[in-house]
Design a protein around this ligand. Structure first.
Ligand SMILES: Cc1cc2nc3c(=O)[nH]c(=O)nc-3n(C[C@H](O)[C@H](O)[C@H](O)COP(=O)(O)O)c2cc1C
Length: 409
């Protein structure tokens, strides 16, 4: 369906070529200072036509606040956000009247609903993600102001070009040891940990690919241009880190923090994979090396020496940085001729016209950040509600000490 979240509820609407797209956000706390510019920043990072690496569809994606604020302050009532679709060219898609685009959603939407938007991807188009990005920007404003939470995503690979191993999660550096050997690095590399601790959006945006390593970014550019020149496309991965999230978020057992995160991320169009912390690579590491030993932090709280867990244990945040990676496929719409079949099964050749992204990951970065912000916000409101309700109960003095956190921690 089109609504995500329980207490911070985001409903998006709109298709690729209808008059507007947008969102209704219910559950935003009242009293938050909110201006259009807070939202526009992320929408402008998502918009098409930013460089020669993205679709040339020319949209400014200016957001119009419809409700839920007055004098720059949220009222606690539903916030309505609207962005006009301006550069509509439905005729670009006429050949897809006959052909479902291979690996796009034309066939499945038609099978499901029995009717589909007459042009473009309709609801399956990435235009839909505008509502998510706008909602995520509002969540982020609250999270930053109240908790100092920071969310930064970046492109970690395009095709086979990855950030250098030292800057990459262990899952990107396959072991060349023999199959029976337990000799693996026993921690995330210092360089990668440091990148996760310090990376900023300004650094990410220095290069149009949104890869924070300039030499790799240049190689990625050439790879995307090669795909574009061949009327083809290429996929990639986005890595995201969320810093300063308090311990205790996540709603076991079905709404565990990483389960909600995976749900949010895999709802983004073109996603094919999700991993958190050590991910698939972690399966190769024995427990003796994979466990994140506890340490006392300078402020007296418990922290972990390593962070293979990616900041989540038992579906609950542990206060360490949360980091995860998402795989995006090579976009389906390519103007290269493809042997395929029409809706009625007649074999034929499709060379899709229209304007398309040769690689979606540079534009996916703010979408990933926004979905992450929505998840954190929703889980935070749930935990705050629980804590507030519990705090009104009289203190229990009879519990055995093993049932409560020792004093001083
Ligand atoms: C930022 C972004 C831009 C996209 N641009 C295109 C595009 O230009 N052409 C295309 O075929 N798919 C594009 N997609 C992906 C499609 O929307 C998606 O592949 C399609 O809806 C089918 O869904 P699925 O890949 O999740 O199965 C884009 C996705 C994102 C996140």
């Amino acid at each position: 369906m089109s609504t995500f979240g329980k207490l911070f509820r985001v409903t998006t609407y709109g298709e690729s070529h209808c008059p507007s797209v947008g969102a209704i956000i219910d559950g935003c706390p009242p009293g938050l200072e909110l201006d259009v510019s807070d939202i526009q920043v992320q929408l402008s990072r998502r918009r098409p036509g930013q460089s020669n690496l993205t679709t040339p569809r020319n949209e400014k994606d200016l957001v119009h606040l419809q409700s839920g604020t007055e004098h720059g302050v949220t009222l606690g009532t539903p916030i309505g956000l609207l962005v006009k679709n301006e550069d509509q060219r439905p005729h670009d898609y006429s050949e897809t009247d006959l052909y479902p685009r291979p690996s796009h959603a034309d066939y499945t939407y038609l099978e499901k609903y029995g009717v589909k938007a007459s042009s473009g991807g309709g609801r399956s188009s990435a235009r839909e993600t505008i509502g998510r990005v706008a909602a995520g920007a509002i969540a982020e404003k609250y999270l930053k102001a109240v908790y100092g939470i920071e969310i930064v995503a970046f492109v970690s690979s395009v095709g086979k070009i990855h950030l250098p191993a030292l800057l990459s999660p262990p899952s990107l550096t396959p072991s060349d040891d023999n199959e029976d050997n337990d000799n693996v690095d026993d921690a995330i590399s210092e360089e990668f940990r440091s990148l996760l601790t310090t990376i900023t959006r300004d650094e990410v945006d220095k290069h149009p690919t949104r890869c924070p390593h300039s030499q790799t970014a240049e190689k990625m550019t050439q790879r995307i241009i090669r795909a574009k020149d061949a009327s083809d496309s290429i996929g990639g991965t986005v890595t995201c880190v969320i810093r300063n999230v308090p311990a205790g978020l996540g709603e076991p057992v079905f709404d565990k923090f990483e389960a909600e995160l995976a749900h949010a991320m895999l709802s983004i169009p073109a996603t094919k994979a999700f991993e958190i912390g050590s991910g698939f690579r972690g399966t190769e590491v024995p427990g003796s090396k994979h466990n994140d030993a506890f340490i006392r932090r300078p402020d007296g709280s418990l922290g972990t020496k390593t962070n293979w867990s990616g900041g989540v244990q038992g579906g609950i945040t542990n206060g360490e940085a949360i980091y995860f990676r998402i795989g995006f496929k090579s976009p389906a719409t390519i103007s290269q001729a493809q042997a395929t079949a029409q809706y009625d099964g007649t074999p034929g050749t499709l060379a899709a016209r229209g304007r398309h992204d040769p690689c979606v990951v540079p534009r996916a970065v703010p979408i990933v950040e926004s979905m992450a912000a929505i998840v954190v916000m929703d889980q935070l409101l749930q935990q705050e509600a629980r804590k507030a309700a519990a705090s009104r109960l009289p203190p229990i003095k009879t519990l055995p000490p093993t049932m409560v956190m020792p004093k001083g921690v």
